[in-house]
Design a protein around this ligand. Structure first.
Ligand SMILES: Cc1cc2nc3c(=O)[nH]c(=O)nc-3n(C[C@H](O)[C@H](O)[C@H](O)COP(=O)(O)OP(=O)(O)OC[C@H]3O[C@@H](n4cnc5c(N)ncnc54)[C@H](O)[C@@H]3O)c2cc1C
Length: 544
């Protein structure tokens, strides 16, 4: 059997068990309505389903490439290894929590001779070490076939840009906790990176979700905060405008977002409101100031990334004072302000309104600064409420598409950070000698690199699959975010360990990759919420 045939055998068996487990969990949770009474099991099933989905997408990529006459031996090996890893994880969970899964009818399919043999072969030390050796030999560089001409050209462009413009400044920005320089923002605009998800008719490049993810991945490889996350800035607002903005609002704002003339910061989180974003407390009340109709905002926001430099905040506010209405009482306001630099800022309006920002110190994700905001009687004209009158109390729903796109982007961001760590590790283990040998010659090093490489490929192909077929209501994009972020955390830490003590030095970028990766499972939907309320809920609803 070829590697891809073995991978497919495993994915098919695992998928059958996962489908049965989801079906049973859907019954137990009444289509997801009672997830909170079964959180631990729901999380387990969701995660296993995500791993099996990634194994499927990686295998499917290998199959498509082989069918097109361009087989990729390393990717096929990664598909086999990852399929074996995912199937073994399922088998272990089934052994430990058998009764919870309710898969009596199909459980034996994981225990057949063919499946057990394939798992052992896929996870064989020799296979993983050979993959590691092959990756070390090519510096870990990712040149996987993208099956899409525009995406391929985009990768070359973004890779050059990252190498020439971002890498030389990334480490200084991190170590000195600087803001992204204006020169980089201008070059970013010239490349059209801000407008990649905005249609051409509104000034964007409308290049589609896959090329956009490739840009994000390549830039994140150079720096998560100083480049890879810049392209995600306009996402929430542009998606909300496209979903429900008035035509005047689209004409007014989208071209400015696409060109980078307007830099957006997203302001949803509050000091007391995080994952439960329907509980936003910051209030906006109708008011007339100097003969102008609009809204006056009062409250506090938290973690508003890049809000100092931004000239617009996309702010979710409560417009219906009845808090029992939850997410049905919120609106999305476009809040203009001047740009400021540094860790503290204060913007005063002629009308008397004030917003102040204080940056929260963080170990990583530096370059944009994330601020706590105090908002005091800040006036916003009525034409800045997304969707006009139709958008009043509808802001939460208009934002949903932006949240989904943000998760997809984060799959790309995480893959980029993990890839950076893999390449750095591949370079280091060749140079560093101990006990008379380069680290690359030790079996354990080869095995570690092989594991890292297979996991990154799985995360990457799951993210690409979600991008190719992006559907803001689907569960592949949040699955991609869920898996890739965990892969980034694990891979960066493995890569750091391969650097020994030198990997702990702030002078080496590997220590930046580690602290940057730590934020990935937190923002854009903290991991447990993604597992339970996004992926889990969608899977169980669909299986009802
Ligand atoms: C560096 C950084 C940048 C950020 N940038 C932005 C930004 O630009 N704009 C913005 O609006 N926000 C931003 N955020 C905020 C981010 O989106 C939130 O931190 C995230 O949504 C989680 O909210 P929280 O921190 O309040 O955690 P909480 O919601 O308090 O959750 C904490 C933990 O509680 C547990 N938990 C919570 N609810 C449940 C539940 N129902 N079931 C089981 N367990 C549960 C989970 O373990 C969870 O991890 C940023 C955060 C960081 C760290």
């Amino acid at each position: 059997m070829s590697d891809l045939e073995s991978a497919r055998l495993l994915v098919t068996a695992a998928q059958e068990i996962v489908d049965a487990a989801i079906k049973y969990a859907a019954v137990v949770t009444e289509g997801g309505a009672k997830i909170d009474e079964h959180q631990v099991h729901t999380e387990r099933v969701t995660y296993l389903a995500t791993q099996v989905r990634a194994a499927h997408e990686l295998t499917a990529t290998g199959e498509r490439l082989a069918a097109a006459g361009r087989p990729d031996a390393l990717l096929s090996s990664e598909a086999f290894i990852y399929a074996a890893e995912a199937t073994q994880a399922l088998s272990t969970a089934l052994n430990a929590y058998y009764d919870d899964f309710g898969v009596d009818d199909v459980a034996a399919k994981l225990e057949t001779f063919e499946v057990r043999t394939a798992i052992r072969s896929g996870l064989s030390e020799q296979r993983i070490r050979e993959l590691g050796q092959a990756r070390i030999a090519t510096g870990g560089v990712n040149n996987v076939e993208l099956e899409d001409e525009i995406a391929t050209l985009t990768r070359d462009l973004a890779r050059d840009f990252a190498k020439n413009e971002v890498v030389p400044i990334a480490q200084d920005i991190h170590r000195q906790d600087l803001l992204i320089p204006e020169s980089l923002i201008s070059k970013f605009s010239e490349m059209g990176f801000f407008g990649s998800s905005i249609p051409e008719e509104y000034g964007g490049t409308g290049m589609g979700d896959l090329p956009m993810i490739i840009i994000t991945e390549e830039l994140s490889q150079a720096s998560l905060a100083a480049a890879g996350s810049l392209a995600t800035r306009p996402e929430i607002l542009s998606k909300a405008l496209l979903a429900g903005g008035t035509e005047e609002q689209k004409q007014e704002w989208l071209p400015k977002l696409a060109s980078g003339e307007v830099i957006v910061a997203v302001s949803v989180t509050e000091p007391d409101t995080g994952s439960d974003s329907g509980a936003v407390q910051t209030r906006a009340e109708r008011a007339e100031i100097n003969g102008k109709q609009g809204w006056v905002i009062n409250g506090a926001k938290a973690w508003c990334t890049f809000s100092g430099r931004a000239n617009v905040l996309a702010m979710l506010v409560r417009t219906d004072p009845d808090t029992s209405k939850g997410n049905r009482g919120l609106s999305l306001l476009i809040v203009p302000k001047d740009p400021y630099y540094g860790h503290e800022w204060r913007h005063e309006q002629p009308e008397g309104g004030v917003i102040t920002g204080t940056a929260n110190p963080t170990p990583g994700y530096r370059g944009m600064h994330s601020f706590t905001l105090a908002i005091d009687n800040y006036f916003v004209p009525e034409e800045n409420l997304v969707g006009g009158e139709g958008g009043v109390n509808n802001g939460f729903f208009l934002q949903m598409g932006g949240f989904a796109a943000g998760r997809l982007q984060t799959g790309g961001r995480a893959t980029g950070v993990a890839q950076a760590a893999l390449e750095k590790a591949c370079q280091y283990v060749v140079q560093r000698k101990q006990f008379g040998l380069s680290l690359a010659e030790f079996q354990l090093t080869q095995h570690r690199i092989g594991e890292m490489s297979a996991r990154i490929s799985a995360a990457r192909q799951l993210t690409y699959a979600a991008a190719r077929d992006f559907n803001s209501r689907g569960y592949e994009a949040p699955m991609a975010k869920l898996l890739s972020c965990d892969v980034a955390v694990a891979v960066t830490q493995s890569a750091q360990q391969l650097h020994g003590g030198w990997g702990y030095s702030e002078e080496d970028p590997i220590s930046r990759y580690v602290v940057d990766a730590l934020v990935l499972p937190i923002f854009e939907g903290v991991k447990p919420i993604l597992e339970l309320k996004v992926v889990g809920a969608a899977l169980l609803r669909a299986a009802k």
